[in-house]
Ligand binder design. Sequence first.
Ligand code: NI
Ligand code: MN
Length: 225
Amino acid sequence: MEITYYGHGSLGLVINGFHLLVDPFISGNPKASHIDINTLKADYILLTHAHYDHVMDVEALAKMNNATIIANHEIVTYYEQKGFKGHAMNPGGSREFEFGNLKVVTAVHSSSFPDGTYGGNPVGFVLKSDSKTVYISGDTALTMDMKLIPLFHQLDLAVFPIGGNFTMDVNEAIIAADFVACNRILGAHYDTAALIEIDHEAAKTKFREKGKELLLLEIGASLQV
Ligand code: NI
Ligand code: MN
């Protein structure tokens, strides 16, 4: 499994030859101005919630790629009414897709579209494929529900927001890593704006002191899981 960081909460995954994009907010992110969304492939677009900083490029990318949007019921209905393809899931649900198994889990946040339309409950995803398992928490607070995840999944990587203000910060993400029993964390949702700027070295050191690894990728860089 290959994961590319496109800035903020945006990720690209290549799994079993299928391309997935998560929460595409690239054209509106000044830090990601070197990424041309016209070059991005997507068989599926996974959305954790409906906030503008997670859905801005969905319509352009779905149209270009004829992608299927996987999200909660309200988000999928919103896009289906606009003519896009979708597959609705809600927390607790899991399904075998052609790219692998996807489970939808709880996130503690909010969710509404830029036009004010209700965006259902925010979610996270546990994605299992190639014998590797990745948890993408989406925007969330630290929550006890995370303790349920290792009852079902042995994670190889967890992607956590670490910028604070709207989500967990670095200190809480370290506790979240304990809750989900995963020591390899990819940071997201930081540095996009002044409000969520972090000190990279200090954050990595804090993780290291707890026996964990915090990965902070350049926007456009990839890692293998
Ligand atoms: Ni949000
Ligand atoms: Mn967000």
